[in-house]
Ligand binder design. Structure first.
Ligand SMILES: Cc1cc2nc3c(=O)[nH]c(=O)nc-3n(C[C@H](O)[C@H](O)[C@H](O)COP(=O)(O)OP(=O)(O)OC[C@H]3O[C@@H](n4cnc5c(N)ncnc54)[C@H](O)[C@@H]3O)c2cc1C
Length: 436
């Protein structure tokens, strides 16, 4: 190889001649895979650390989406246009954007192959490829263009989020049914946030008396952290919402508007529920490129150290966000906290020093419980609350709704994606007078 791998080198293009057979080859000191929340954030931080010319990012999508706001889009409280910006506007200036899909990662040769025929070699690799949605695993789920007709919606993708709002508006009477799959998910609160908003919308429009609101979840609990689960149980009771645990959506019979759930405690036993509106949270799994590489753990997730975010076998590989096997809830808030740790880890590795800062699993989920209230869940690896504000965050609050709807989007676009927001850790200390 024509370029040596010292800390001082910048970009060095190896063979840029493009013969029709040989792949075009490039080399970067840091290569970032995926231009979602984690990928853009880390490319901004790496640009600051090493200079833009040393960083490249591979991302095929022309648009970048702030997914957390889809909860409000599905309920008609925000427009879908507010959730997206051109990828070109969020890739840090000067950083090379490879507009293609990663097809193969080969950590033994420090190379990545992309869909547009490039072979990119790297000195350090940051994997931020997110997770994969699996709508196709639900038998009978119709083509997306037919969802409005069949009164189905899903806040989990940009193609389907507005269908949720259509289903809400078209609701006349019957069951409003919400599912939670039998897989890891991103933002584990989102499947029930839309349920509370639907309940509120039906009350506002005078239709609640003719509706049953039903939440069928694969989980054995309403929420994974007891403090917030207790608060949510009070809410579902007071609003007459029916919660059924260990129920997994396996089939949709759209023409009859029926949803089929399997009882996970008694496999093979199914229940058919007629619906007037169905909100689907799809099964999710590891990114297929990660799963098919040597970087994956047994389940297919990127195998990283839970404290440093460095890969467990390849020390020049790092991971952030939903694609990893970090045992915490997959959220953009977690990405923020991870980004400052990873920044520190990489800066240490570059100096041949030992990473010294540890990720505590911080994650956060603003549980929207109405059009003007939120319970702000924040917790760590141990499932213990790790709250920023010196108030009881398990209470529904207007201020937290304002944070979710108005403050956090700004923090995302102007703080996180620019590499300036590393989570609320330092502020938590100040808010609690240095006691937390
Ligand atoms: C409805 C909903 C509500 C949510 N609510 C919240 C919330 O309230 N708070 C919160 O903190 N988080 C929330 N989240 C979760 C949050 O959006 C994600 O956890 C976060 O975006 C994860 O960032 P990421 O970079 O790991 O993945 P993503 O942001 O999903 O980015 C992955 C990127 O990888 C790209 N990619 C995939 N495959 C390839 C490939 N082969 N080659 C190149 N690129 C590829 C994708 O195009 C994508 O851009 C919510 C998510 C949803 C869907």
């Amino acid at each position: 190889m024509a370029c040596h791998r010292t800390a001082a080198i910048g970009i060095c293009h190896l063979h840029t001649s493009s013969s029709s057979h040989a792949p075009s080859k490039e080399h970067y000191k840091v290569l970032v895979l995926g231009g979602g929340s984690g990928g853009i954030t880390m490319s901004a931080r790496m640009k600051r650390m090493l200079g833009a010319e040393n960083v490249a990012i591979v991302e095929p999508s022309e648009m970048h989406y702030y997914q957390p706001i889809w909860t409000l889009v599905g309920a008609g409280a925000k427009g879908v246009a507010s959730s997206g910006r051109p990828t070109a506007s969020v890739v840090p200036s000067g950083v090379k954007w490879v507009r293609s899909r990663v097809q193969e990662i080969n950590p033994d040769t420090n190379t990545v192959r992309t869909g547009n025929g490039m072979e990119i070699s790297y000195q350090y690799l940051i994997v931020a490829l997110g997770l994969q949605l699996h709508y196709e695993k639900i038998k009978g789920l119709p083509e997306i263009e037919d969802w409005v007709k069949f009164k189905i919606g899903s806040n989990y993708s940009v193609q389907t989020v507005e269908k949720t709002w259509s289903a809400l508006q078209n609701f006349k009477e019957g069951n409003a049914v919400f599912s939670f799959p039998n897989t890891p998910v991103k933002c584990a609160g989102a499947p029930q946030k839309i349920m509370y908003l639907t309940d509120a919308y039906l009350r506002k429009t005078g239709k609640r008396a003719k509706a049953n609101v039903v939440y069928n979840t694969s989980l054995p609990v309403l929420f994974g952290v007891k403090k917030y689960a207790d608060a949510l149980w009070e809410i579902v009771k007071s609003r007459d919402i029916q919660v059924n645990l260990r129920q997994n959506l396996i089939e949709v019979r759209a023409d009859k508007q029926e949803a089929v759930f399997e009882n996970l405690d008694n496999p093979g036993e199914t229940k058919v529920l007629e619906y007037e509106m169905l909100h689907v949270t799809p099964p999710m799994g590891p990114n297929p490129v990660v799963k098919g590489s040597l970087l994956a753990d047994e389940a297919g997730w990127l195998d990283v150290n839970k404290e440093t975010l460095q890969h467990n076998k390849y020390p020049n590989v790092f991971g952030i966000g939903d694609c990893t096997n970090l045992p915490t809830s997959k959220t953009a808030a977690a990405v923020a906290a991870q980004s400052s740790i990873l920044d520190r880890t990489i800066s240490k590795v570059l100096k041949n020093e030992k990473p010294d800062r540890k990720y505590d699993g911080y994650t956060s989920c603003p549980l929207v419980t109405n059009y003007n209230t939120v319970i702000l869940a924040e917790f760590d690896y141990s499932g213990q609350p790790l709250e920023t504000f010196p108030i009881d965050q398990s209470k529904e609050r207007w201020t937290m709704y304002h944070m979710k709807a108005d403050v956090m989007p700004h923090l995302y676009w102007h703080g996180l994606l620019k590499g300036f927001w590393g989570g609320p850790g330092p502020y938590r200390k100040i808010m609690h007078l240095g006691m937390k």
